[in-house]
Design a protein around this ligand. Structure first.
Ligand SMILES: [Zn+2]
Length: 393
């Protein structure tokens, strides 16, 4: 289960390499303002293929950049997920706090609050399928405390609950965000969110690195989920999330590859290994076992998405989402316990991936699309986006 992603970012890999989160965002917002449907389609297909090849059966996506005049970005990625064949939880994201009103993003990439709520309703109406074997469920996801007004956060929560869909956002990713919240709202990020009705078992939050003990306890008490994104957090030098403490407090802690602009890889297996290694860097060698890391990538992820009774473990009565890896090759042969081989060894390509019983990857090859063609398309889309940026600046 991949619990956090921005598929469109696959078209902007390798940029702003030494930047902090805020510097990285400021450099990339104007590039993202130039995405169009074709770029979105190529990026989504590339990101979904990387996930499938690493054994991911279910993914979410958090799409929050909607440039004016580009109509169908959410539809395009939904179509891509259908083609590749992964179970999909797209989030209708949003930003309404532009620079002129004290936010971080330039005004050209933010939307009006009424437009956002209307588009959210439309997305749920058109695509959300609440049935138990659903291949597609929509969530609502205002982007972050520094790009969204408190009014939009509160109204989105109320609206999502009325419609029975889940809530997602970024939280406590950097110290800069903490300072922003203290300065603008006089409280730390978690208190800000809680005041707006945003803690609960229908919410999962990306990152959650900078938390104190009370905040970890509140997450556990409320059943609030976390999408832990170790590679992205390391790439941006943001810090290490207190995964062991969050799990002990009772929170579901799923894994996320995050957007490919802050993690030039999008394979979920690597995140499992890094979650284990980082937990141990922070808390010593007993902080997380290989089996616990596998649970983050599976059942904890399913809990974040509200689907633990349907997916996330191999049990009678659950849906036929199954990933099989070979561990008899040079990379893993001789490690007696297959879970240790899978988590602590190099992340292998999946041998067989079934989603709803359908083969997506077989004999380690993608069966639903041509991977080489996807690679050519994303190379050309990335080049075209870079050229659009040169013309614009
Ligand atoms: Zn993110």
């Amino acid at each position: 289960m991949n619990c956090h992603h921005h598929l469109y970012q696959w078209a902007t890999r390798g940029l702003a390499q030494q930047a902090t989160l805020f510097e990285w965002l400021v450099e990339l917002y104007p590039v993202w303002a130039l995405i169009d449907e074709e770029i979105e389609r190529s990026a989504a297909r590339a990101g979904l293929t990387a996930l499938a090849s690493s054994g991911c059966t279910t993914t979410t996506d958090h799409h929050y950049v909607f440039p004016r005049g580009v109509e169908n970005l959410l539809e395009v990625e939904i179509q891509a997920a259908k083609e590749i064949g992964l179970r999909f939880h797209p989030c209708r994201g949003s930003m309404d706090l532009g620079r002129s009103r004290g936010g971080l993003p330039p005004d050209q990439v933010v939307e009006d609050r009424d437009e956002i709520l209307a588009a959210s309703e439309e997305a749920i109406y058109s695509f959300h399928d609440p049935s138990p074997d659903s291949m597609l469920r929509v969530a609502l996801a205002p982007c972050s405390p520094f790009s969204v007004t408190p009014e939009l956060m509160a109204e989105t929560a109320e609206f999502a609950r009325k419609k029975g869909v889940r809530l997602h956002t970024h939280l406590a990713e950097t110290k800069d965000e903490e300072e922003f919240c203290l300065e603008q709202y006089g409280v730390r990020p978690v208190e800000y969110l809680e005041d707006l009705g945003w803690l609960g078992d229908d919410v999962w939050l990306a990152h959650c690195i900078h938390l104190n003990e009370d905040e970890i306890k509140r997450f556990g008490e409320t059943g609030t989920g976390i999408a832990h994104c170790p590679s992205s957090n390391a790439r941006l030098g943001a810090g290490i999330a207190p995964v062991t403490a969050l799990v002990r407090a009772g929170s579901p802690v799923g894994l996320g590859v995050d957007g490919a602009a802050s993690n030039e890889a999008g394979e979920l297996g690597m995140e499992m290994r890094e979650a284990l290694l980082f937990a141990r860097l922070a808390g010593g060698p007993a902080a997380l076992t290989a089996r616990e890391a596998l649970e983050l990538a599976t059942i904890h992820g399913a809990r974040c998405l509200g689907r633990e009774t349907e997916i996330g473990s191999l049990e009678v009565g659950k849906l036929a989402d199954v990933a099989l890896w070979r561990v008899d090759n040079l990379a893993h042969a001789g490690i007696e316990d297959p879970v240790t081989a899978l988590v602590l060894g190099p992340a292998p390509r999946v041998e067989l991936l079934l989603v709803n019983g359908e083969p997506i990857v077989q004999d380690a090859e993608l069966r639903t699309a041509d991977e080489l063609e996807i690679a050519r398309e994303i190379a050309s889309a990335s080049r075209r986006l870079a050229e659009k940026m040169e013309v614009a600046s």
